[in-house]
Design a protein around this ligand. Structure first.
Ligand code: MG
Length: 203
């Protein structure tokens, strides 16, 4: 199982971190060990002093493929959820400055949390999915799939030019503006439309 992540896929988020709007998708990966298992507590990692949440729509790959055409991209995932791409922002800033890979900031154990899956057939319009993140009951991020710079089907197509995609792989599709810091004791809750999809305490 592979976890693909997309960086800078909402213009307002690219701007808030002073990044240019990309002309092709920014792809990075997390290993299987990054996936926070259900009913497992999330602990603030000891190696960072600036843990950030990034709430994102996540696709579940349901078909194996390579060199997938964009027009068939929608056949390759069967469910969507909201998840958190946890980021050690202080470490990422250091690595970015030096032009080094991001794994230490992004791919550590339990850095990818996901919520309950919504089958795609239960989603009216994949290009108009509202999602949000609450921190301590206050909304801190609001997104809509309509605002993705690179949409789901294009991402499937693009990623599959470099990597085979396999059943069970996950694709974190990018975060909207509003990323921010977490401290021990915070509670975060992600929603798709009005449904609570995941809830997590930072321990
Ligand atoms: Mg992200």
């Amino acid at each position: 199982m592979k976890i693909f992540c997309v960086g800078r896929n909402y213009a307002d988020h690219a701007k808030e971190l002073n990044n240019a709007i990309p002309d092709e998708p920014v792809i990075f990966m997390k290993p299987k060990s990054a996936l926070l298992q259900a009913h497992t507590p999330f602990y603030y990692p000891e190696f960072t002093n600036e843990l950030h949440y990034e709430c994102e729509l996540v696709l579940r790959v349901s078909k194996n493929g390579k060199y997938i055409q964009e027009k068939f991209g929608n056949k390759y995932y069967d469910a969507i959820t909201a998840g958190i791409d946890f980021t050690a922002r202080d470490i990422q800033d250091e690595l970015k400055k030096k032009g080094l890979p991001w794994e230490k900031a992004k791919a550590w154990d339990n850095s990818a949390a996901i919520g309950k899956w919504i089958p795609v057939q239960d989603i009216k319009n994949r290009n108009d999915i509202n999602f949000k993140l609450n921190k301590n009951n206050e909304t801190v991020q609001n997104g809509n799939s309509a605002d993705l710079i690179f949409g789901f089907d294009y991402l499937i197509c693009y990623i599959s030019n470099f990597f085979s995609i396999n059943i069970g792989d996950l694709i974190f599709t990018g975060t909207p503006a509003g990323v921010g810091e977490l401290v021990v004791g915070d509670e975060i809750e992600a929603f798709i439309e009005e449904d609570s999809i995941m809830k997590l305490d930072i321990k």
